[in-house]
Design a protein around this ligand. Structure first.
Ligand SMILES: Nc1ncnc2c1ncn2[C@@H]1O[C@H](COP(=O)(O)OP(=O)(O)OP(=O)(O)O)[C@@H](O)[C@H]1O
Length: 328
């Protein structure tokens, strides 16, 4: 079988099965401590695990790390401090037995492809974060690995830099034949780069599916929040709704909430507000517990006096609430 097939246990930290066809990009998401880095480490062979790993038709279970056809890009510790960019990319190729001249030629070619060919002589200290990530991606892709592990590759970069890199990475990943696992805390990464999403929680796989399916029917509060939905938990049920579906009214003298059942209405206080597309997005702390998000028009925000501290009613129609079970 080609692609990735793994069934792994890291005692006390992770029990996970992962399957992905060649060429697929799998986003791995989940809260802090869910086991995302542990999963990547177990696949790379740097975290001791029991079970089985097969990649590109080869059994990796007992294969030493250096013999795995693997590319890795981590947030910020990917490059050798003493190597120039072209040496770093060539080094990856040399360790896989590519002759020096060929490695050098391919290294420069990959730096060009990532748009950093003119920085080939620089060392990491002379590169910006975004430039360094481009070099790291060039190094990982140059070896044509069967498995590419990207652990939060855009974390710590300016929004504009991250956006440019995301677009470019999408282009390279589309042409890449191996399996990609991308750990991310960003819904945009999962929605724009991934073919599949794997949700980890407390060391277990709790949901898999296309980005669209997972975003539309999240099974964990973490994912619901990540995709920008409001979520209210009732036992094992998640009730989620879009910020645009929330009606806001002032909680002043004489004004009551919009007529709806008590279940779908909350008294709260505006904690913060910020522009969001054409709307104004309010973050509201409610007396019943959850923090909720509501989008209103700029005109309504002014008219209703929705400044921080303003007391409000929030309500949502039952027809706008989606109910999902947290159990698979
Ligand atoms: N070296 C280690 N030894 C023992 N336990 C560890 C080790 N590293 C992480 N853990 C534990 O394993 C669990 C999974 O951690 P892991 O770092 O894989 O999560 P994560 O999803 O990558 O989190 P984050 O998003 O914060 O990086 C956590 O409970 C963590 O405390």
């Amino acid at each position: 079988m080609t692609g990735l097939h793994a069934d792994l246990t890291v005692p006390g930290r992770l029990v996970a099965q992962v399957h992905a066809a060649p060429g697929r990009v799998v986003a791995v998401i989940g809260p802090n401590g869910a086991g995302k880095s542990t999963l990547l480490g177990a696949l790379a062979g740097t975290v001791a695990a029991t079970g089985r790993v097969e990649v590109g038709g080869r059994d990796w279970t007992d294969l030493p790390v250096r013999e795995r056809r693997l590319g890795v890009v981590f947030q910020d510790r990917s490059l050798f401090p003493h190597l120039r960019a072209h040496e770093d990319v060539a080094f990856g190729l040399r360790t896989r037995g590519v002759p020096r001249r060929d490695a050098e030629r391919r290294a420069r070619d990959w730096l060009d492809r990532l748009g950093v060919g003119d920085l080939a002589e620089r060392r990491p200290a002379e590169l910006s974060g975004g430039q360094a990530q481009r070099v790291a991606i060039a190094r990982a892709l140059a070896t044509e690995p069967d498995l590419l592990l990207l652990d939060e590759p855009f974390a710590g970069l300016d929004v504009g830099v991250a956006t440019g890199l995301r677009i470019e990475l999408a282009r390279h990943l589309a042409a890449y034949a191996g399996v990609v696992l991308l750990v991310t805390h960003d819904a945009l990464d999962a929605l724009t780069l991934a073919d599949e999403v794997l949700v980890l929680d407390e060391g277990r796989v709790v949901q898999t599916g296309s980005p669209r399916e997972v975003a539309a029917h999240p099974r964990t509060e973490h994912v619901a929040r990540l995709v920008g939905l409001n979520v209210v938990r009732e036992g094992e049920t998640l009730r989620s709704f879009a910020p645009s579906a929330v009606t806001v009214s002032p909680r002043g003298a004489g004004s009551g909430p919009a007529p709806t059942s008590a279940r779908n209405r909350w008294a709260g206080r505006v904690a913060a507000l910020a522009p969001h597309g054409d709307a104004v997005r309010l973050l509201v702390t409610t007396t019943r517990g959850p923090e909720l998000i509501a989008d209103v028009t700029p005109a309504a925000a002014v008219e209703l006096g929705l400044d921080p501290g303003a007391e409000v009613w929030l309500s949502v129609k039952e027809t706008a609430v989606q109910t999902d079970s947290m159990r698979p």
